[in-house]
Design a protein. Sequence first.
Length: 369
Amino acid sequence: MMYVKQPKKLLIINILDILRKYTDEDHRLSQKEIADILKNEYGMKAERRAIRRNLMNLMDCGYDIEYSETIRKVPVRDKKSGKVLRDNETGNPVMEESELWSDFYLKREFTNGELRLLIDGLLFSQHIPYSQCKELIEKLENLSNIYFKSRSRYIATLPEGKTDNKQLFLNIEMLDEAIHKQHKISFEYVEYLTDKKLHAKRRADGSVREYIITPYQMVAKEGKYYLICNYDKYDDVSNYRIDRIRNIKILDEKGKPFQELEWSGHRNLDLAEYMKEHVYMYSSEDVRVTFRIVKPMITDVIDLFGKDVIFSDENETHVTVSTKTNERAMLQFAKNFAPDVEILKPERLRDELREELERALEVYEMRNR
């Protein structure tokens, strides 16, 4: 086989490529195996010393390359003739200790388990466009090696229309820039109509409604992406689905600092606390709520409201729960799990739920007349 002489600087690049493609903690390569791959796949011949030298250079450049090191006895050879030197008295070969480096592999930023977790998150997201989902998965797969087997083969089973808003990633980039610059933005917000297409929300006069807000943070909740922000006309916080936002413009006007909102109590945004209190990402007042549940629902309550909830008045079948949460979220939770959830306090919220349930009952009774 004829080999085309390649630039020496390609050797270090090809060795790095081999480590990326063929190695991990469970798949290691010796210098000889690296030399064989260079010969068979890259058409390069390299001595072990050159391979070791380039591996050391890669480590000096900051690449996290692991290897095993053993000490062995090897014959000493004459530097000019290459012949083995022998002891004058015994005639035995003169031996010296030599370091043997082997079992090389490239440590990675992500373990295969972490990559699978990230890929699964993409696969099951309903709001990332199909083409971008597939592209992102391919990029994640390239962070591992040929032995990595993700579930990406299932990507073909995903519908092309995972989301109708192809601007999701552009939206995220522009929102990130606006948050960094602390500027206000304007956008249109879309909703589905009976034609099953997204349409911009309109005012009573039929004109497209423009939203002007100060963005604070982007969060993911139950497979959806939300923007936490302040709507310009009010002094509280609103949440908008990022995949429903269109035609973002970053304005020259500086945004309203979160601490200046009356709603914030002049404190910084505590994202963990905010997410705990907004289990359904509704925008309304946060209140201390007390409610009664059947005991099999304890797991659901902790999943939704976290472990900071307070339990009391426990008997064989029921327990009382107290937590601080969003009003609309609490109403939705109580309706979803009625009659296994009963709001006790505040009375105003209890009355509001009772009125909503009575109106629902009236609708069904009218249908049966």
